[in-house]
Design a protein around this ligand. Structure first.
Ligand code: FAD
Length: 503
């Protein structure tokens, strides 16, 4: 029997669901609330594609190497189309420190460690146009799912979706319903309200994201990574990065801790944003007047949470015929750039479990097990890093707060051991990148005795001997930066009960 799969949402998760499942011969119908893009032009998509369903459409995006590898293996034609639209590949060599470049000899596996980056509108336009042409796939635009059609109560069995299609309420039946409706999808909540058992963890990622787009001036090219200060860095109170994009465009992203209220209020002002880019040497070489012009306002984004949902509770499937993926199921801090990769990897897990069993309970159990085995370790690592960053941000704003000895040792191990070692030792960098890019467990490389020995060797040598591995200071201290922006650095300092939390 040819199964019918109904997908809610034609964002990254929905499109990857189609890429994964259509080649199996199943029929895939995607319902998308927003309208289709009106043209094939990347600038037109950036300026005019209305995507009320994706508030972060104009935030900086990059696809990790794992995601690029999936595209290259499963749909090489799509990779060609992305590149022909101007999407960029940044290879392993571009991640090396200047020191490492001098002795770099490529190994066969290095090619796999490339990322792809561009304006998200360009990535999504290429993906969507490609998926629209796949056999077995139909994308229905202006179609909003309103609720699920269900039968039997324990566990609930989903048999379709009720949707407003071009203004008319329709009931669409399917063998499998996939919720790819993103972070604001309400389908899981609707099931929970109807009695489905749901396990959910959610907490703030602790940051806000601000992005502004620029275009290189005619005749200018991107600043070299050699001889210029790094185009990304972490000042504690501010993280920054350049995202090279398609067709002469690039974007700058600034991130502040949630509790830096004055700074975050200031950054949305384009003049303040630009002023920050002129203060930070790594950004100034990209955004100065001779080099580039801003092409957008500042896009701010808050409400950034980590959220993990389980539809299997106490070993029992809570629902049948229904799967969720992408941000509807797992949300992570955008800083790590893993959301799209998690969505894509989950889509291929879904393909495997649909191919592997016909019984809906067995399918959900298998999907749940794969998510826990392959994605959960990343989720926990990222959540742990967020918690440490939030603690550090509170300490920065607390007069006299001092990190504990344990925290200081841990930070030194990471900054003066792990980071320094990977800036000297290319093999170590390769191994760490395999975890970073989701090819293997994020901490596997740190469990190898030979790698730990190398890190300890660099750490124990001390800062003086390792001096060559430290990048130049990325920018000024907090008070100096805020004063330069006419923001009072004292305004957000914490006192009273907040000070206790920082300790
Ligand atoms: C600021 C920011 C920066 C990020 N940067 C990166 C990055 O660099 N790299 C990376 O990998 N990830 C990044 N992410 C995460 C990534 O964007 C998300 O993980 C990804 O978009 C999730 O895909 P999705 O399909 O689940 O959701 P979305 O892409 O949000 O798509 C959901 C779709 O469902 C549709 N929809 C919703 N409800 C309905 C309904 N009822 N009926 C029909 N359609 C519906 C919406 O219109 C939308 O098209 C970033 C996220 C943010 C917030």
């Amino acid at each position: 029997m040819r199964e019918n799969v109904l997908v809610v949402g034609a964002g990254i998760a929905g499109l990857f669901t189609a890429l994964a499942i259509a080649p199996t011969g199943r029929k895939v119908t995607i319902l998308e609330r927003d309208s289709a893009p009106q043209s094939h032009d990347t600038d037109d998509a950036f300026l005019n594609w209305q995507r009320r369903g994706v508030g972060h459409l104009r935030q900086s995006h990059a696809f990790l190497a794992r995601l690029r590898s999936i595209i290259r293996t499963e749909h090489p034609g799509l990779l060609d189309e992305l590149l022909s639209l101007g999407v960029r590949e940044l290879n392993f060599e571009s991640m090396l420190s200047e020191m490492q470049r001098k002795n770099y000899v490529p190994l066969p596996g290095d090619a796999e460690l490339a990322i792809i980056t561009s304006r998200r509108t360009t990535l999504e336009l290429a993906l969507r146009r490609y998926v629209e042409r796949l056999a077995n796939v139909e994308i229905v635009s202006d179609a909003a799912a309103r609720g699920l059609l269900t039968e039997s109560a324990n566990p609930i069995r989903v048999v379709g979706v009720s949707a407003d299609v071009a203004g008319e309420r329709r009931e669409l039946r399917a063998d499998v319903v996939v919720d790819a409706g993103g972070k604001n999808s309400t389908l899981v909540e609707q099931l929970a309200a109807a009695g489905m058992r749901l396990h959910e963890e959610s907490e703030t990622a602790g940051i806000l994201y601000f992005t502004r787009h620029y275009r290189l001036k005619p005749g200018r090219s991107e600043p070299s990574r050699i001889g210029n200060p790094p185009a990304g860095g972490d000042l504690g109170f501010l993280k920054f990065g350049i995202f090279p994009a398609d067709n002469g465009c690039f974007s700058v992203t600034l991130c502040t801790p949630e509790i830096e209220y004055e700074l975050r209020k200031g950054i949305v002002d384009p003049d303040t944003f630009h002023a920050i880019t002129q203060i930070l040497p790594g950004l100034r070489v990209w955004t100065n007047e001779e080099q580039a012009v801003p092409t957008s306002k500042v896009f701010g984004m808050g409400d950034l949470n980590s959220r993990w949902r389980d539809l299997v509770v106490d070993g029992k499937p809570s629902v049948l015929g229904f799967f969720s993926l992408g941000d509807a199921l797992i949300r992570t801090n955008p800083l790590y750039g893993r959301g799209c990769s998690i969505a894509a990897v989950s889509a291929y897990m879904l393909r495997d479990v649909l191919d592997g069993a016909a019984d809906p309970a067995a399918r959900l159990l298998a999907y749940h097990a794969r998510l826990h085995e392959e994605i959960r370790p990343y989720y926990l690592t990222m959540r742990g890093q967020d918690r440490s960053a939030m603690k550090r941000a509170r300490q920065t704003l607390t007069p006299g707060a001092k990190p504990s000895l344990r925290d200081r040792m841990l930070r030194s191990f990471i900054e003066d051991g792990v980071v320094v070692a990977t800036r000297f030792d290319i093999d170590l960098l390769r191994e760490s990148m395999r975890g970073f890019h989701m090819f293997e467990h994020p901490n596997r490389w740190l469990t190898q005795p030979k790698n730990i020995a190398r890190i300890l060797r660099y750490w124990s040598r001390g800062k003086k001997k390792n001096a060559a591995a430290y990048p130049p200071k990325p920018g000024p201290e907090r008070a100096e930066m805020l004063r330069a922006l006419s923001i009072d650095p004292e305004r957000d300092m914490l006192g009273g009960s907040e000070m206790k939390k920082a300790a």
